[in-house]
Design a protein around this ligand. Structure first.
Ligand code: MF3
Ligand code: CO
Length: 248
């Protein structure tokens, strides 16, 4: 069941999104060779609490951290760790912010120091694929139009699209209907209506789209060890253009 949000509720979610976006801006400044994702996790926790917000991922299904931090071939749900980031790494930081019971969710991939051309190009195309999807998030279209636009763009550029993880409705809970796949046929799925709020969060790989699961039961990485990137926004459907609630 898709829970439509009122304009007022969307404004509440936008406030959560604004804190999330400014937190990502701070993270962007911190990311350098030598810093650990453990430090970033601690920073995020403090940052959110000091803005009267709560890191929603912590305690969600026994997840222990404020952020997911997925490095290089890790696709998503990487655990923060005490190992320093190295020059040339890429790291996706994903988090969900709860402000007064309303949530926002956004992930961003960052380059550490000087990164390869391969990594830069992957990040660029992944971000563009997200925005191709957002463009289709308008009243009258269907969710499948978003899915198709993301997949078409990424694959035309020679990349593969992860199928095991999908975008989702969001509101007072992290995961609501509808599911937003990043692959599939246009003109399919639920019609997009004013008041829908959901994430679009493509995970795009340099090589194979297939995932393997770590022993920790959470972290997915690419089966071939090649790079993966992800960008995610929470968006609200209006009668006009989609409203990006987590824009930086
Ligand atoms: N932020 C994630 C998403 O994009 C949800 C994280 S699951 C958690 O769907 F368990 F790590 F919190
Ligand atoms: Co997320």
């Amino acid at each position: 069941m898709i829970i439509l949000k009122t304009k007022k509720q969307i404004q509440y979610m936008k406030k959560a999104g604004k804190i999330l976006a400014s937190c990502h801006k701070e993270i962007a400044k911190m990311i350098k060779p030598g810093i650990t994702t453990w430090d970033i996790d601690k920073f995020v926790e403090k940052y959110l609490y000091s803005h009267n917000a709560v890191p929603e991922q912590k305690g969600y299904k026994d997840y222990k951290y404020a952020i997911c931090a997925s490095i290089n071939d890790e696709i998503c749900h990487g655990f923060p760790r005490k190992k320093p980031l190295r020059n040339g790494d890429i790291v996706t930081i994903d988090m969900v912010v709860n402000l007064n019971g309303w949530l926002a969710d956004s992930a961003w991939t960052y380059g550490v120091g000087e990164i390869s051309l391969e990594a830069k190009e992957l990040m660029k195309v992944t971000k563009e694929a997200l925005y191709k999807g957002i463009e289709k998030a308008i009243v009258g279209n269907r969710i499948g139009d978003i899915s198709y636009a993301v997949q078409y763009y990424a694959e035309a550029k020679g990349y593969s699209v992860v199928r095991d993880f999908v975008g989702h409705g969001i509101g007072k809970k992290i995961h609501e209907d509808p599911q937003v796949l990043h692959f599939g046929n246009p003109h399919r799925g639920p019609r997009i209506q004013e008041g829908m709020v959901f994430t679009i969060e493509p995970m795009i790989n340099v090589g194979s789209r297939k995932c393997v699961m770590n022993e920790n039961g959470w972290t997915a990485r690419t089966e071939d060890g090649k790079l993966s990137a992800q960008y995610e926004h929470t968006i609200a459907i209006t009668n006009d253009k989609p409203l990006i609630l987590t824009e930086q």
